[in-house]
Design a binder for this molecule. Structure first.
Ligand code: PLP
Length: 448
């Protein structure tokens, strides 16, 4: 694919006649905080997008940047892939949604089942949050129990049972051997007892907490590559002990692969060597359109089957709509094992390059992530739990500032440290530009 030639961008969006600023002022009038998604918040206001093609995004001031965040990891083929766009255009011309099923969701389900070794069946939804919600509801229906356990600090979308404790802080997180279940004011107080918060990588503490609730525990929800923990996978031994513990007490193990599915042809749990009972999916499987899914063994997934008198009633006006399903299928079919290998090679180059650049500037940090996902955590070795990541990040705000400065050097980045996701239109030239920008940004931030 050919790209628009790279032009070094400036901070024109901050200027006197900024189109982004006037859009933000309009947005503030009609949406609280000016948006419908907190991940868009940027200081002093966001850069507004005008268009995207391949790995480039053009903003409303006409400036181009290489997109290293890809709608928070969901666009693995970059923007407006011609094959996907053509297929979607054909679907749109034939009707976008029906109160009748189509073949489109069957084809995407078949593809996913063919790839993920431990699933027999899938149900689709419209967001990763719903994929997580459906997995939790399925686990409750399958076990007849109501509580769930999740790991401190991990983000799983906006279902309140899964969102509890995702924003734990030193002032409220409590004892490390009994992490508090922290809640937003919008969440029901009863979640304090319904959700058990676990510390990652400490099987002794996790087992003790699971045992305390063993008769009521429906599931343990975990992320095989949690972004909030700096994209550091849990220890293999820990995950295998957790698998054994959940089996022993009759709770299901749910893997949230909404984000991490993009690291491997067969997904992140396959990489870790663990077989969960249920998996939540989203992001890349929608090919750039809103999507979510829950998948698992037929034995568990039967809770959705109306023929047995469904135990989880699953509605959703746009579930499995042909636009998303065709975009997802057209995207996933292009992601062959060779494509994942190339993304991994570029990911490895990015990670080692970041380590080198930061080292050159005397910044102690480890480059983390797997496959096409990368992040950076301050310190000289990868932290092993949320508290360590949080403490390291709070003590070293310069990574955040470097990421921010990279916007001015032609790179779109994730908000938290140097967090990003590669896409297939990228090659070595884009990684070179990224590292060049990181170098310049580090020099700028440290010299300021
Ligand atoms: C691990 C994980 N789970 C769930 C979600 C929620 O997905 P969605 O934003 O599609 O609701 C996200 C979103 O970033 C995620 O990263």
């Amino acid at each position: 694919m050919k790209f628009t030639p790279y032009r070094r961008s400036t901070d024109r969006y901050l200027g006197e006649d900024s189109a982004s600023r006037s859009l933000y002022e309009r947005a503030l009038e009609v949406m609280p905080g000016g948006n419908s998604r907190h991940t868009l918040v940027m200081d002093p206001y966001p850069i507004y997008a005008a268009s995207g093609r391949g790995c480039m995004v053009t903003d409303v001031e006409g400036e181009e940047r290489i997109d290293f965040v890809n709608n928070y990891t969901s666009l693995i083929l970059g923007h407006s892939h011609p094959g996907v766009t053509e297929a979607v255009a054909r679907v749109i011309g034939n009707g976008t949604a029906f109160s009748l099923p189509t073949e489109a969701d069957i084809r995407l389900a078949e593809l996913l089942i063919d790839r993920i070794p431990y699933i027999d069946q899938v149900r689709f939804a419209n967001s990763g949050s719903e994929g997580v919600l459906l997995a939790v509801r399925a686990a409750r229906a399958a076990t007849g129990r109501s509580k769930i356990a999740k790991f401190e600090g991990c983000y799983h979308g906006i279902y309140d049972y899964a969102q509890a404790s995702d924003s734990s802080r030193p002032r409220n997180w409590g004892d490390s051997e009994r992490p508090a279940t922290t809640l937003e004011p919008s969440m029901a107080k009863s979640l304090e007892t319904e959700v058990i918060t676990l510390p990652l990588n400490d099987i002794a503490v996790c087992s003790a907490l699971i045992d305390e609730h063993r008769d009521d525990l429906a599931a343990v929800l975990f992320d095989p590559l949690p972004a909030a923990l700096g994209l550091i996978p849990p220890d293999v031994e820990f995950v295998s002990a957790l698998r054994a513990k959940t089996r022993e007490c009759g709770a299901l193990l749910i893997a949230d692969e909404v984000l991490s599915f993009r690291i491997d042809y067969r997904g992140a749990c396959h990489r870790l060597g663990v077989e969960p009972d249920l998996v939540s999916l989203g992001k890349i499987i929608g090919g750039g359109f809103p999507v979510g899914a829950v998948a698992g063994k037929a034995e568990v997934m039967k809770v959705f089957d109306h023929r047995g008198g469904e135990l989880v009633h699953h509605g959703g006006t746009y579930n499995g709509n042909p636009v998303t399903m065709v975009a997802g299928y057209e995207t996933m079919k292009r992601l062959t094992p060779e494509v994942f290998e190339e993304l991994e090679r570029l990911g490895d180059r990015t990670r080692s390059g970041i380590g080198e650049v930061l080292g050159r500037h005397g910044i102690e940090a480890v480059a983390t992530g797997r496959g096409s996902l990368f992040a950076t955590v301050p310190g000289n070795e990868p932290p092993r739990d949320f508290r360590a990541v949080f403490t390291a990040r709070s003590a070293a705000p310069q990574l955040q500032r470097i990421a921010r400065e990279m916007f001015n050097r032609g790179i779109l980045m994730g908000a938290r440290g140097l967090f990003g996701a590669l896409s297939t239109p990228m090659g070595d030239a884009e990684i070179d530009r990224f590292l060049e920008a990181a170098d310049g940004a580090a020099e700028h931030v440290l010299g300021a």
